[in-house]
Design a protein around this ligand. Structure first.
Ligand code: PHE
Length: 338
């Protein structure tokens, strides 16, 4: 009988695949009502002299069975672990799947580059407000009502009193009202004009520069702009000033840089002139200084206004300003200078 149960254990345990089945089978033999327990029923049929021996054999079988199931369980556990290791194995030498990483918007990149260049020259940042009144945007900048120069900047009015600034130049007035010379500020920000075509957008960004001190000249302006132009467009870039007109600067200049496509020889990009216009600037008009309570016989100033989108378009060869606002990843992902 004992040998029979031992064989039964071996037979039923041999084909077991998982730990659950081992557990169930083990129970069917080792539980109180299990087959080993049941062996005790035969006790009464056994001769008194052999009872002790039989009991001992049943106990031996029991502890053999416990060991047998334990080691079977351990074997299956190891096998399961092994196959988990196999299936969860990571090959660290495989090439990784490509993950798209974002970058700063080109307008932000250029704005940061400009800030870098000018803060290196000692400029500090002044951020004006996008909502202005007529006085700061026009009148104080020597552009009184019915001045023809107002037509240069078609204006969005919010009310008879307030408007969306058309230029960051309005910040010049705020700064000069609050601060006495020496002044050296850089003012980046959004401006708004009722303009809309391939190179104009109703909203765009400018970077205003203003320096006021004793003895500031056009030479200082040219020197600063030369540094800026070389840093942004490359060391070979040359600058030239062309006479222009802004009510708040006198004299006023338009700044051109040598065409970076053809090096100044003339190509389609520069309309065969060899030069590209990049910004407006000039010597601060005496009237503007006076409007802010600064004595124009003691101090003089220079100012410039850089179009940030325009700078980005020139630098990265974008010919429609809308591409900077459409957030098309195919365009934006090509521009990462940071
Ligand atoms: N505010 C002018 C514009 O928007 C640019 C400018 C700024 C010109 C400062 C001269 C000096 O066109």
């Amino acid at each position: 009988k004992i040998a029979e149960v031992r064989d039964a254990i071996k037979n039923s345990a041999d084909g077991l695949q998982d730990r659950r089945a081992v557990y169930e089978t083990r129970k069917s033999f080792l539980e109180k009502s299990g087959r080993i327990g049941q062996l005790m029923k035969y006790m009464k049929e056994i001769e008194p002299a052999q009872k002790a021996d039989f009991g001992k054999k049943v106990n031996e079988l029991k502890s053999w069975a416990v060991d047998y199931f334990d080691s079977l369980d351990e074997k299956i556990k190891q096998k399961e672990l092994q196959s988990r290791y196999e299936s969860e194995k990571i090959d660290i030498t495989l090439p990784s799947t490509h993950r798209q990483v974002g970058c700063l918007h080109p307008v932000t990149q250029v704005r940061n580059q400009l800030i870098d260049v000018f803060s290196g020259m000692g400029f500090t940042i002044y951020e004006g407000s996008e909502i202005e009144n007529d006085y700061y945007n026009f009148t104080a900048l020597n552009t009184p009502k019915d001045h023809p120069a107002r037509d240069m900047q078609d204006t969005f009015y919010l009310s008879p009193e307030f408007l969306l600034r058309t230029q960051t130049s309005s910040g010049q007035i705020h700064v000069m009202e609050k601060q006495k010379p020496p002044i050296k500020i850089l003012s980046p920000g959004k401006v708004f004009r009722s303009d809309d075509d391939a190179t104009h957008s109703p909203m765009f960004s400018q970077m205003e520069g203003l320096v006021v001190d004793k003895g500031i000249t056009l030479g200082d302006l040219q020197g600063m702009l030369d540094v800026f132009v070389k840093k942004i467009y490359g060391d070979d870039t040359r600058t030239r000033l062309r006479p222009s007109y802004f009510p708040f600067t006198e004299p006023s200049v338009e700044v051109d840089v040598s065409c970076f496509e053809c090096g100044g020889k003339g190509c389609n990009f520069c309309k065969h002139t060899g030069w590209i216009e990049v910004l407006g600037a000039g010597i601060v008009n005496r009237k503007v200084l006076e409007n802010c309570g600064i004595d124009p016989d003691v101090y003089s100033g220079l100012a410039f206004g850089i179009g940030i989108e325009r700078t980005a378009m020139l630098k990265y060869g974008i010919n429609n300003i809308k591409q900077l606002f459409e957030s098309d990843i195919r365009v934006l992902s090509q521009i990462d200078d940071n």
